[in-house]
Structures are given as structure tokens and as C-alpha cells.
Ligand binder design. Sequence first.
Ligand SMILES: Cc1cc2nc3c(=O)[nH]c(=O)nc-3n(C[C@H](O)[C@H](O)[C@H](O)COP(=O)(O)OP(=O)(O)OC[C@H]3O[C@@H](n4cnc5c(N)ncnc54)[C@H](O)[C@@H]3O)c2cc1C
Length: 452
Amino acid sequence: MPAERHITLIGAGLAGALLATLLAQRGWKVDVYEKRGDPRVKGYAGGRSINLALAERGRHALRLASGDDEVMAQAVMMRGRMVHFRDGRTDLQRYGKDDSEVIWSVHRGDLNIVLLDIAEQAGARLHFHRGLDSVDFESRIATFTDDVSGTSHAVGFNALVGADGAGSSLRTAMAREGDLGERTEFLGHSYKELEIPPAPDGSFSIEPNALHIWPRGRYMCIALPNDERTFTVTLFLPNEGDPSFATVRTGADARALFERDFADALPLIPELEDDFERNPAGLLATLYLDRWHLDGRAVLIGDAAHAMVPFHGQGMNCAFEDCVALAEHVDRDTDLASAFASFQAERLPNARAIQQMALENYLEMRDRVDDDDYLLQRALELKLAERHPDRFMPRYAMVTFQRMPYAVAFERGQLQRQLLVDLTRGHDTLDSLDWSLVDATVRERLTPLPRD
Ligand SMILES: Cc1cc2nc3c(=O)[nH]c(=O)nc-3n(C[C@H](O)[C@H](O)[C@H](O)COP(=O)(O)OP(=O)(O)OC[C@H]3O[C@@H](n4cnc5c(N)ncnc54)[C@H](O)[C@@H]3O)c2cc1C
């Protein structure tokens, strides 16, 4: 095996395990070094959110790695957003036209285990309890520490791929060699996870096939179903102001907040005080880099390259798209330096676009899903998608159910947003619209959609 067909991955999380599979399937020799222990031995040791929404981009990557069937066997379908209003009313806002356009709730730990299994079956070698410490890029030696024994291990490499998440150690090592143009923008909001257990008869205690949202202006709760009939609730609050994580500090404070703002959720979360006090608050931020690679010696993917806020449910989906793109580039290009450069050229603009859309979606989810203008624009959006399926597709659908580049979805989304604002201006209902003018405007302003 020539050295250039050998690659060393840092991190066996979601992106690392999937990329290992895709490369090993293409005949590459792959070694993966993971800081934590093997989750298949001692159970999953946590990490970021407990469950995640899997969409078409992620599923496509899983299909290519032959992992989709196994993942989908444990996934729970979410047809739309179930909005919980303050007065206790609920409204299911469908994501797509029918059950072919849905998203799936998957358990992070179970998904990681499936991915590790397929990576190993494909021939990748996994090394656990190996946290990257430092890299000598000159002599191509990476040093890892075993967090159990405290021993240090020096390993030679041909090229490194950083799939070690938002706090990437490889990124830190690369930044010592040259400026990556790194900046982090904190959202000023954090999150905490709580749990809705199954009902006394063992069934789901609220509608299982939905992503539940309690929008409350500057803050919100969401809940995603789990295969074992629980829901993971995520409370998003600002870090300062009232209410915020500065004023809601104890379990009793959390109960008072829920009594006031999330009254219908409160009886569903019997361990609210304990969950709130036990679980850490996670910070939310967007990470921007201008450079993702160090010639042919190292490259970053997934959160290590472009961590984003979670409000479009696309961080993992985007990381999976990175894996497919990187596997194709390294396999196709003649040398790794040009493969990493073309990977970055393809993916960086798309990462920027989904990062921006994820930020915008926070405002939409917490503040707009119960607003009259938004609901009218949303109703028109669905009508236009029906009348002009070749030209108009809601931005959420372009991101979630299609695989066109994120940057294209972003650009078309901006044109469509302006169109919706212009067409609904001065109207309270769709009945008063002049449909021949509406149709002509759509044809004039929107070119036909690209298809996958
Ligand atoms: C609250 C929340 C909700 C989210 N919801 C969604 C969602 O619904 N849908 C979606 O698509 N995305 C979602 N995301 C985003 C998603 O979690 C990430 O985009 C995804 O986990 C990125 O995968 P990754 O492999 O790049 O990083 P990670 O999953 O963070 O994996 C990194 C791996 O590297 C290992 N590691 C770290 N440091 C080292 C080191 N020094 N040496 C060796 N190994 C190391 C870690 O132990 C870990 O296994 C959410 C994120 C959050 C915070």
C-alpha cells in the first residue's frame, strides 16, 4: 500500500466514523483515533445533544456507506412542527407535501455505534482512548494521550483529517503552522436538555411523529422523540436578561418558568428539577474559518471546520455531505494537497450558507411560527410550491429534502422570501390575491429549479 493511500482520522464521532467507512470502501487504509472509549463496550459517553434530526443529505451519505437501513430501523419519523401555543392549543405545521418529505429523529449514541460497526466492517482500524495532543507537521508525527493509563503514543502519518468536533485539537495544531482565519461568534443563548418519559402504559406521552416546539419570543423549548418512547426536550434561553440562564439557575426557578410559559409541558417532565440541575448548559456558537487545510498534510471536516447553531438540524447532515465530498476528492485527485483544496473550494461556501440559514431559523422557530404575517406567507409558499413545482420550493424543503448545494438554496430562498413579502403586502388572506399576477411574477422572478 503506497503511503499516499493511507489516511489518519482524528475523532470517531459522526463524521469521523462515516468518512472512515467511505474511504475504506474505496480501498484506502484508514486509522481512526478517538479520545473517548468504545461506546460499544461501555455505552455511549454522551457528548452533544442526545438525539438529532436526520434529513435527506445525511441519508444520502448513509446510503452510499450502506448504513441507511440499519440507522432507519431505529429512527422516528417527524412529519412537521407541532407548535404549542401559550393557551395550550397545538397546531401541526407539516414540513413537506406528504410523508415522502419528513425528517427523522435518531439517537446520537445508537447512530455512532452503527457507524463504528460499518467502519470496522469496511476495514478501518479504530483506536479508542487516543486523544490528539500535538502534531509535528515537519516530521509527520502525531502524539496521542490515553486518558485511562495516561500514556503517550507517537504515531507517524501521511495525512490527517480532523473530525474532532467544534473544539478540534487538530485545528489548534494547524493554526500554529499558519493563520486559519478563525473566528467564533457566540449566539448569546445556551441550551439544556430535559426528558419526557413514556406514559404509564409505555406509549409516547405526546404525538410521536412530530418535532414539538413551544415558541416564546426570545426563547423556546423543543422536543424530539426517541425510539424508546421518550422525548428529549431542549430548553433554549438567552445567557442574560429575564428569563435567561442568569435568572433561571435552580430546579425551582425552572419549575416557575415552566409553570408560567410552558404549562402544558410541565406535567410531562416529572424530573424537571433534577434534569435541570444535573445537565450542563451547552453554549451555542458559529465557527468560521477561511482555511480548512494545511497543504496535503491536514484537513478539517464537520464541526471542526464549521460548527453551527442547531436550528436547522443540519450540522450532522452537512458533516455527512463533507464526508462524501472529501472521499470523492481524495480518491479522484492526483495528490492530497489538490484534493483538500478542491474539497474546501466546494464545501466552504456551502457551509457558510447553512451556517447563516441556521441562525435565521432560530428567529423563525422561536418568534415567527405563531405570527400572522408569517402564517400568511407560509400559506402562500405552499400554494406557490403546488402551482409552480418546477420553480418554487420552500427554502426549508430545498435544505431538508433536496441535495442542491446549500448556497443555491440560500440564494433562491432570499429571492423567494422577497417574492412572498411583495405578493402578500396589504393582504390578510390569500383569497384577495390576483392569481394571474402571482403566477406571472413567479415566472418572471424565478428560474427553473436545479434537480439532484
Ligand atoms: C443541541 C444540538 C442539537 C443538534 N441537533 C442537530 C440535528 O437535529 N441535526 C443535525 O444534523 N445536527 C444537529 N446538531 C449538530 C451535530 O451535533 C454536529 O454537527 C455533529 O455532531 C458534527 O459531527 P462531527 O463528527 O463533526 O463532531 P462530533 O460529533 O462532535 O464528534 C467529534 C468526535 O471527536 C472526538 N474528539 C474530540 N477531540 C478529540 C481529540 N483531541 N482526539 C481524538 N478525538 C477527539 C470526540 O470525542 C467525538 O467523538 C446539533 C448540535 C447541538 C449542539
